[in-house]
Design a binder for this molecule. Structure first.
Ligand SMILES: [Zn+2]
Length: 194
């Protein structure tokens, strides 16, 4: 039987799992629009012209016997990307390796998905669709893997003086009660006349 090659942007999960197939490939990072929007700000001048960072990915399908009979589709997904983030301490661009490794089990419907034990941290449950966009899934996972506050372990050089001098970049946080007191005082004065 002739086997048609899989399109990772419209994966046939059932076939992937039945055939225990493994697919691998790369995508340019810029093809991930949502992730790219987060990263372009930090990326200016940080890498040589013409060098487009890539996302390297792998997906492996398998069937797992269900307790009540039948089989369940399971995929193991992994992806790596080297992105450029801006260090929140010294504000210089920094290369940051992103790695994702996750297992997904497929069920037939949203109702079935709701019945699955939500405390299982080892895998996520997805509803089986005819066409599955692997890139979208991997982009979601890469976004989740981004650090909330990216920072060098050790910044490359003494922090630039401009960071300290520039109050706009890092204004001292006003004390919340001080602001409230100021508001109150102003309000009190205004009301006194009326
Ligand atoms: Zn730094």
């Amino acid at each position: 039987m002739k086997h048609r090659p899989q399109d990772p942007l419209a994966l046939d999960i059932a076939s992937l799992c039945q055939n225990a197939e493994t697919l691998t490939g790369t995508w340019p990072l810029i093809s991930m629009k949502r992730l790219g929007a987060d990263l372009t700000a930090a990326d200016d001048g940080a890498r040589p012209a013409g060098a487009h960072p890539l996302v390297t990915w792998r997906v492996q399908g398998s069937l797992r016997p269900l307790r009540g009979g039948g089989d369940q589709c399971v995929i193991e997904v992994s992806a790596d990307a080297r992105v450029v983030l801006r260090c929140q301490r010294c504000l210089t661009p920094m290369a940051w390796p992103l790695t994702v490794e996750r297992r997904y089990a497929f069920v037939g419907s949203e109702d079935e998905a709701a019945e699955v034990d939500p405390d299982n941290d080892d895998e996520d449950v997805l509803v089986l669709a005819r066409r599955f966009d692997l890139r979208e899934l991997i982009e979601d996972e890469l976004i989740l893997a981004l650090p909330i506050v990216p920072r060098h372990d050790v910044c490359p050089q003494p922090l630039a003086q401009v960071v300290f001098d520039d109050e706009v970049a890092d204004p001292p946080a006003p004390h919340p009660f001080a602001a409230l007191a100021a508001l109150r005082k102003r309000g009190g004065e205004g009301d006194a006349d009326g």
